[in-house]
Design a protein around this ligand. Structure first.
Ligand code: CP
Ligand code: NVA
Length: 306
């Protein structure tokens, strides 16, 4: 039987996504109470990181240990991947040895290729195209703090990057209205925009995007791999900083999210990210809980533990 993968939010149905997030909140309570939930002894997660990471690495590794298993960190520098071993051969070999694999790669097509050749579930821990695990945490954070997200208004301000693409996926799967404000030339994926038609509005003006929003989100102006474009991006994105004036357009109870790492004074002012509407630390912690629920779901073959 083909394994279930999680390369995008479309790999789970809306009902399955809701179930995973419900379970994430349960696991969070258990974790905070110190109640053991070592449900998967002996299970091993392999993690391939082509790019740097703090949150993704620690949340998957700690999460797997808390579930009773263990995780192995692999980077191209220390593996044969860095010496040209094909990704599909790596997938075949790893899936004979571990129970789950998480990949953080530049090229999304390589993540898809890995999954196509893996006999165990593969989780996308970020590619240049999207970042679905982060959206599990973001939506969990919103639901825990403000209730159901269906029908709410979310403003994405800044770069139409991998995070923005996953917000488009989330708008479809969680049924919210998404306003994307990006400078010309920095639009999110065209096919995703089309797929989310009816739930997304593409704008240029961040003030219009933020008006009466329930959630305001942004991300760095230069993603990993785009360091050489930084001077041009700093100029192009200058009007897109999420600051107090932008947040004042949103609903008074609106929350601010950022996947982190953040650059204060660039995409977000220190006043906002360190201010009362910011929920970025809760959001970061929820990576742990959401991914534990996701790993449980995939280890159980896509069945509900409830
Ligand atoms: N948000 C996120 O994915 O952070 P890391 O790059 O630190 O994993
Ligand atoms: N867009 C950022 C997200 C980092 C978690 C990047 O790809 O670098």
């Amino acid at each position: 039987m083909k394994p279930r993968h999680f390369l995008s939010l479309f790999d789970l149905s809306p009902a399955e996504l809701r179930q995973v997030l419900h379970r994430a909140s349960e696991l969070k309570i258990q974790q905070r109470r110190g109640e053991s939930h070592a449900l998967f002894p002996q299970k091993v997660l392999g993690m391939i990181f082509e790019k740097s990471s703090t949150r993704t690495r620690v949340s998957f590794e700690a999460g797997m240990v808390q579930l009773g298993g263990s995780a192995i960190f692999l980077s191209p520098r220390d593996t044969q991947l860095g010496r040209g071993e094909p990704i599909e051969d790596t997938a075949r070999v790893l899936s004979g040895m571990v129970d789950l694999v998480m990949v953080r790669l530049f090229d999304h097509a390589r993540a898809e290729c890995f999954a196509a050749h893996s006999t165990v579930p593969v989780i996308n821990g970020l590619t240049d195209y999207n970042h679905p695990c982060q959206l599990l945490a973001d939506i969990q954070t919103f639901i825990e703090l403000r209730g159901a997200i269906g029908g709410r208004t979310v403003a994405w301000i800044g770069d139409g990057n991998n995070m923005c693409n996953s917000y488009l996926e989330a708008a479809c799967q969680f049924d919210f209205q998404l306003r994307v404000a990006v400078p010309p030339g920095y639009e999110p994926d065209a096919a995703l925009l089309q797929r989310a038609a009816g739930r997304v509005v593409l704008l240029r003006d961040p003030w219009v995007a933020a008006k009466d929003a329930d959630l305001v989100a942004t991300d760095v102006w230069s993603s990993m791999g785009q360091e050489g474009e930084q001077p041009r991006r700093m100029r192009d994105f200058a009007p897109y900083q999420v600051n107090a004036a932008i947040m004042a357009q949103a609903r008074p109870e609106a929350i601010f999210l950022h996947c982190l790492p953040a650059h204060r004074g660039e995409e977000v002012s220190a006043e906002v990210i360190d201010g009362p509407q910011s929920q970025v630390w809760e959001e970061a912690e929820n990576r742990l809980h959401a991914q534990k629920a996701l790993m449980e779901f995939l280890l159980l073959g896509g069945k509900s533990p409830l």
